[in-house]
Design a protein around this ligand. Structure first.
Ligand code: AMP
Ligand code: ZN
Length: 432
């Protein structure tokens, strides 16, 4: 059941001792980077001032902007020839951040991904098809290495090319897939078109879904469509990529691997730490990384620590599924709205297809929201009355959740723009 039982069920007290050792080591290693060396000097910070884990609050937070401003080498803490791999974030705004790894960093990352997948039941002999973009994005190589470590047969399919994906699944008896949730919905329509039933005609056992926020409802829908378990996988390139936090078979929160990362939840506005159970921004410190240690990195992801132990016996604490990013939050007529709220509601309405897009516009001083919703093929008939009924229902359902009345347009199946990576859910045309 465990990839390494001692590591996964270590007592919290012992885990915290390891974290303290790791933190000291990280602070020492960070002095190898020009960014942290200068920062510690400017702020007159001494490594020895940090005596217990809670002292970390004395250290400043690190942001994505800091990474950008000191791009590309400012955070590298080792000699250039120690580095063997570079990755970058898939950021759509501004310059993508880059992360460098030593050989040990890659080993440690691979170990975390293997541990995560093993937890869900993947074993030697399984066939793992990775439908993520390979290359700079970490979801390709990160999962690839982890699966090879377990000894699974890896099919590095990459993203897109849906018919070929299905062909591979059928021809080679794929048992586990790694897939972006929005793409999993779309792919199920291609299964339909090809008259292949993923529940009966394939050997699929489970999927790892991640890289973008999705609701519990979305997960259950994917599970029903495919007839397998879909495990939430969370990571970000700044903390390696996948293998940061992962669901166990209990599917009740994601174990965040605390032997590699020190985890804090802060109030995104004040920066103050929040207690377990309270929702805020996830902040992480690497504990073992050599090439590019990061101290108190602001992920911009909103979640909370789920208090109490998990039934699976693992002691690493759990985070709740990510609600969204602080910068995904839309403010319309003073109301704060996350795209995942809209997704969740839409998923509950029969007739709604696999994709939607939110457009924000301003007329005079008034903001308005237009939601374009793809309709299921069988609903997209000439029956205008039925379509209008569906449209109205969507308006009402969304209104009851987000409190403002959106304009809703129904569009043909498969007509909204698709990306190979993370779905684009919102286009904000408002000018400040
Ligand atoms: P990147 O560094 O480009 O891989 O993007 C990482 C970001 O993707 C994270 O900071 C999250 O905002 C998002 N992300 C990754 N995995 C998940 C997940 N399972 N649920 C929600 N958001 C996710
Ligand atoms: Zn568990």
């Amino acid at each position: 059941m465990y990839w390494d039982e001692r590591e996964e069920t270590v007592e919290q007290a012992r885990l915290q001792e390891t974290q303290m050792e790791g933190l000291r080591e990280t602070l020492r290693r960070a002095q190898g980077s020009s960014y942290y060396r200068d920062l510690f000097k400017d702020r007159r910070l001494q490594i020895d001032d940090i005596r217990k884990l809670a002292d970390i609050e004395m250290l400043p937070l690190t942001t994505k902007d800091d990474l950008r401003e000191h791009w590309p080498w400012g955070f590298v803490a080792v000699a250039r020839e120690e580095l063997i791999r570079m990755h970058s974030s898939s950021g759509t705004t501004g310059r993508a951040t880059v992360i460098f790894h030593t050989a040990n960093d890659i080993k440690a990352w691979t170990h975390l991904v293997a541990r995560s997948m093993y937890m869900t039941g993947m074993r030697r002999g399984d066939v793992f098809q990775n439908m993520m973009t390979y290359g700079l994005f970490t979801g390709g190589l990160g999962f690839h290495y982890g699966a090879e470590e377990i000894g699974a047969l890896v099919i590095p399919a990459g993203a897109g090319n849906s018919k070929r994906q299905i062909q591979l699944i059928c021809d080679f008896g794929t048992t586990f897939i790694h897939i972006i949730p929005s793409y999993a919905l779309y792919l199920s329509t291609v299964f339909d078109e090809m008259h292949v039933d993923p529940r009966k005609d394939t050997k699929l056992k489970a999927a790892f879904i991640g890289a973008e926020p999705h609701s519990e409802k979305m997960r259950r829908t994917i599970e029903d469509l495919y007839g397998f378990k879909a495990y939430n996988s969370y990571g970000l390139s700044e903390m390696n990529g996948p293998g940061v936090a992962f669901e166990c078979p209990c599917q009740n929160g994601l174990h965040i691997w605390e032997d590699q990362f020190l985890v804090e939840i802060i109030d995104p506005l004040t920066g103050k730490p929040l207690a377990d159970g309270q929702e805020g921004e996830l902040v992480m410190t690497t504990l073992k990384r050599e090439g590019m240690p990061l101290i108190r990195y602001r992920t911009k992801d909103l979640t909370r620590i789920i208090p109490g132990p998990c039934d699976c016996g693992r002691t690493h604490r759990r985070i709740e599924r990510i609600k969204g990013r602080t910068d995904d939050m839309m403010i319309i007529k003073g109301v704060n709205i996350f795209p995942i709220q809209i997704e969740k509601r839409l998923m509950e309405i029969p007739g709604v297809g696999t994709n939607f897009l939110v457009l924000l516009d301003r007329e005079g001083y008034d903001d308005y929201m237009n939601v374009q919703v793809e309709v299921k093929r069988e609903f997209f008939t000439g029956d205008l009355k039925q379509l209008e009924k569906l449209r109205r229902r969507i308006v009402e359902e969304l209104k009851s959740d987000i409190l403002i009345t959106p304009r809703v347009d129904l569009v043909a199946p498969d007509s909204l723009p698709k990306t190979e990576g993370k779905a684009v859910r919102v286009i904000d045309n408002r000018k400040d």
